[in-house]
Design a protein around this ligand. Structure first.
Ligand code: BTN
Length: 319
């Protein structure tokens, strides 16, 4: 797209770039260039125009535009294709359609707000406009459905690593899919499988992260990076870091280096060693969370001493 090229040129120079230079480079008339500059401004790019000097990019928009996410991303496959829509029902709906149409592994669907953002167990995911990061990524691992829990685990690790690197704050992981800061939920992961009995066709991982969300838009058990840090966080840079970290951990998974993922998970986890309550097939189970196995399942030692493997569920941490 011409507009992306204009931005590339403006980004490559620290000062003004003359209209003549851009028009010549892109073989555009000066009027056409001006029209594109107006369109870029409308979508939030702050571009200053000074007669005889030219154009200067002063500020990037606070939008998760694919060209911004893709610029300098340097991943192998995650985020090579990015679908962006300002507003969607749920990125999971789009991911399902794209997955069924054969979208390539690593395709990302990102939005600024969702009208029907969904969480696990039929819950809603509140997705206020321009405040959070809401996206889904399509993966095509060659695994059986039973091994899919580890994908949630590796994404949780990737999210923690990216948040630590980018926002200098360390979240904790509550098995299997919640990220907490100061015991409040900051992010959630939703994993949806499209599978046969013994083979996964594709997996959609949906991630919702409260970044610059104001307290009044959050429920009392949730928080945002802005609330915890007292300042806003750049969503574009954070999303890039998340995609990179998810890819790195997913490559470990593909190379069968699952132990390394679990070791990293242990560093962030807030579940092991705690007494937990969990609902499994309509039955309440209580015990001590003792470990997770290489499939990402939680091992709970019941009071009888028997250790039970839990592949999915919603746990309550007791102490
Ligand atoms: C949970 O904690 O229960 C999981 C929340 C997952 C929310 C994300 S936001 C992007 C993607 N689209 C959705 O509708 N849900 C996931």
């Amino acid at each position: 797209m011409i507009e992306e090229k204009i931005i590339e040129i403006l980004k490559s120079k620290s000062g003004y770039v003359s209209g003549e230079e851009i028009s010549d480079h892109l073989r555009l008339s000066r009027q056409a260039l001006w029209k594109h500059i107006q369109e870029l401004r409308d979508s939030g790019y702050d571009i200053v125009a000074v007669p005889h000097l030219g154009y200067q990019l002063v500020q990037l928009p606070d939008r998760l535009f694919p060209q911004e996410i893709g610029s300098g991303l340097e991943t192998k496959f995650i985020g090579k294709k990015i679908h962006y829509q300002e507003k969607v029902s749920s990125t999971m709906d789009l991911a399902l359609n794209l997955g069924l149409q054969g979208a390539s592994e690593g395709t990302v669907i990102v939005t600024e707000s969702q009208s029907k953002g969904r969480g696990r167990l039929g819950r809603n995911w509140i997705s206020p406009k321009y405040k959070g990061i809401y996206f889904s990524v399509i993966l095509r691992p060659k695994i059986s459905p039973l091994q899919a829990s580890l994908l949630t685990i590796l994404c949780a690790v990737g999210l923690c690593e990216a948040i630590k690197e980018n926002a200098q704050i360390e979240p904790q992981i509550k098995w299997p899919n919640d990220l907490l800061i100061n015991q409040k939920k900051i992010a959630g992961i939703l994993t949806e499988l499209n599978a046969e009995m013994d083979e996964v066709r594709f997996v959609n991982i949906g991630i919702g992260l409260n970044v610059n969300t104001e307290k009044k838009a959050l429920i009392s058990s949730a928080t945002s990076l802005k609330e915890e840090l007292g300042k806003e966080v750049n969503r574009v840079e954070l999303l890039k870091a998340i995609l990179r970290r998810i890819e790195t951990n997913y490559l470990l998974f593909r190379e069968n280096r699952r132990k390394e993922i679990i070791e990293k998970w242990r560093e962030y986890n807030t579940t092991l060693g705690k007494r937990v309550k969990i609902l499994v097939r309509n039955q309440h189970l209580e015990g001590q969370a003792v470990d997770i196995d290489l499939d990402g399942a939680l091992l709970v030692r019941k009071d009888s001493g028997v250790v039970q493997k839990i592949s999915s569920g919603d746990i309550i941490l007791c102490r």
